[in-house]
Design a protein around this ligand. Structure first.
Ligand code: GLY
Length: 389
């Protein structure tokens, strides 16, 4: 089954069960300044969980479903293993006060075992921690569906989700594991976490689920890694490096949502992804041409026709400009490093991040971090003095 069909089946399954299909929101969150990127399907719906907006009024439905574009850079170190990506699509079903645990769990079980024909290794439920009680109800529901199911219990670190950003809806989760990986996270939003991390019960309980499409495709296609799924087959033939494949794919989607490389925030993440990809291409004897071919392969995937038709000239142009700039910085930086100039000095003069310098020469990290700390303190003192004047 191809990824397109898998996405379609998920959305249709929920559409047939009273959910309205909602298009993905932008990767740049519209009304959540505390996060750089959209990291979950529920993010565009935060206001509906807390009663600040009315889904009945806006969508004529209390239950929604979507495949949301997401970027998560917190797992960036894990990119290159079997299942982590910085960009992915997140399939989800959402309910704002309509259905609750029984339906959410039954839907998930039916879709995974019947429609997708997968075998569940085990499920997990919240074990209770702090003021939040154990989720006995979910465990009972799972048992009533399938007595033989293995149910594991974990605390806040594993089976409690949210909020996205500094505050928002969150709650205990029940999670489904297939072929050794967590594929579906079902969140029971029943709390609001404030900035000071205190929890207050929500007036209306909500359901929020997240299933990474690429991971689901991996298990359905029995692929060894996410890079062996139909999303990546063409890309990997060109890139030959998981890092290049991941970082260029993510950059394409970030650029297509209007972000350009810069030294701060979203633009800085984009800059780092592109520069990293370029360094890797270089290692394999390649150049910008490889990156361009990878961009081409990303937007040629049948799922992303829109990018291909409307956004590709812009994407190629932005990547070209960024790499041209980087080449100059890199060349000059390299010359200095070869001459024995201190890595920290090279880093600040040429805008080369530590992780890139590390790939070129051995760096005394402790010394580097100390220098960085001093640099920060000096610049903030200078800033304060300027301010006083
Ligand atoms: N919002 C649920 C998840 O991202 O896993």
């Amino acid at each position: 089954m191809q990824s397109e069909e898998i996405r379609r089946r998920f959305l249709t399954f929920f559409e047939k069960r009273g959910h309205k299909v909602i298009p993905s929101a932008s990767l740049v969150p519209e009304n959540d300044p505390s996060v750089l990127f959209t990291t979950a399907g529920m993010q565009q719906f935060k206001a509906y969980y807390v009663g600040k907006a009315n889904a009945k009024k806006d969508f004529n439905a209390l239950n929604l479903t979507s495949s949301q574009k997401c970027v998560r850079t917190s797992d960036i170190e894990e990119v290159g293993d079997e299942s982590h990506l910085t960009f992915f699509e997140m399939l989800g079903n959402f309910s704002f006060g309509d259905y609750w645990k029984e339906e959410a769990i039954r839907y998930a079980y039916e879709l995974i075992t019947k429609d997708f024909g997968l075998k569940i290794d085990y499920v997990s439920v919240f074990s209770g921690e702090g003021n939040v009680p154990e989720d006995i109800e979910s465990a009972k529901i799972w048992k009533s569906i399938n007595q033989d199911l293995i149910i594991k219990k974990f605390g806040r670190k594993d089976n409690f989700w949210g909020p996205t950003g500094a505050e928002g809806p969150c709650g205990p989760t029940t999670e489904i594991y297939v072929n050794g990986i967590e594929i579906w996270n079902i969140v029971f939003n029943e709390y609001y976490q404030s900035e000071d991390e205190t929890l207050a019960p929500l007036k209306v309980k909500g359901v929020d689920t997240g299933m990474g499409l690429e991971r689901l495709v991996k298990v359905i296609q029995k692929a060894q890694t996410v890079f062996d799924t139909d999303f990546f087959i063409q890309i990997m033939q060109i890139a030959n490096s998981r890092i290049i494949a991941d970082h260029i794919r993510t950059s394409v989607f970030i650029i297509s949502d209007g972000v350009t490389p810069s030294n701060t925030g979203r633009g800085y993440i984009l800059r780092r992804l592109l520069r990293h990809a370029y360094i890797h291409a270089n290692k394999f004897g390649g150049d910008l041409i490889i990156l361009n071919d990878v961009i081409h392969a990303v937007i040629k995937h049948p799922s992303y026709k829109e990018l291909y038709e409307f956004k590709s000239p812009e994407i190629f142009k932005i990547v070209q400009e960024e790499i041209d700039k980087f080449k100059i910085a890199l060349e000059n930086g390299l010359k200095q490093l070869k001459k024995g100039v201190d890595p920290f000095v090279v880093s600040t003069s040429f805008g080369l991040p530590l992780e890139i310098i590390e790939e070129l020469v051995d760096v005394d990290k402790i010394k580097f971090q100390k220098q960085m700390e001093e640099h920060r303190q000096n610049s903030s003192v200078a800033g304060e003095q300027k301010f006083k004047k």
